[in-house]
Write a protein that binds this ligand. Structure first.
Ligand code: SAM
Length: 187
């Protein structure tokens, strides 16, 4: 939040998108601005009877084809979703396209010591920190935090609100990386 307040004058005017938001979207704990959540599984969530937070504009969509104009969003989040998307580079290109020039991109992702490629149906990618940073060459990374805990603290919080059992996280050689990027290239 501190980073957001420092980078923008009027946080109530911000337009924010969470890609692969799921029910546990970080947008649930943001109480300012206009909030969009894109997820390929939105219909499934609503048909399964989950309460979708009414402060969020839920959009059934694919992170590789974002239904937003160029330069239209102030902030994009991807927490624990980029490795769920078949072509992460394509998604990052879309994020670059929709973010405003001074926009911020918050990325939280599982990382591995070696690229293990396809992990399972839900995780078509398992990337290393170096691979992710290479993919982010069109952005400028200005904050990097390595994490060895459950990547999204918010998931547990929301799970308890939704009265769902939070899953314990099995540790293999996986850790997580939290990057905050601006929409300007490193080159
Ligand atoms: C592990 S959940 C993360 C949910 C939430 N962002 C969080 O941090 O708790 C991954 C989400 O990515 C979504 N997803 C998978 N492929 C996607 C795609 N191509 N486009 C958009 N969302 C996708 C899934 O439906 C799922 O809700």
């Amino acid at each position: 939040m501190e980073v957001i307040e420092k980078n923008f004058n009027n946080i109530d005017d911000l337009e924010m998108l969470d890609i692969g938001c799921g029910l546990t979207s970080i947008l649930n704990i943001i109480d300012f601005g206009k909030k969009y959540g894109v997820d390929i599984g939105v219909h499934k969530l609503s048909t399964e009877g989950f309460d979708l937070n009414k402060d969020i504009y839920w959009i059934a969509g694919d992170g590789e084809y974002l239904p937003f104009e160029n330069d239209s969003l102030d902030i994009v989040f991807s927490t624990n979703s980029l490795d769920h998307i078949p072509h992460p580079k394509k998604c990052l290109k879309e994020i670059k396209r929709v973010l405003k020039h001074n926009g911020l991109f918050f990325l939280i992702i599982d990382i591995f010591s070696k690229d293990r490629g396809y992990r399972n149906k839900k995780h078509p990618n398992s990337l290393t920190s170096e691979e992710i940073k290479k993919m982010l060459s069109d952005f400028k990374i200005f904050k990097e935090i390595a994490m060895d805990e459950e990547p999204v603290g918010v998931s547990n919080y929301i799970n308890s609100k939704q009265k769902r059992k939070s899953k314990s996280v099995k540790k293999d050689n996986k850790t997580s990386l939290f990057l905050i990027c601006t929409n300007s290239p490193t080159k």
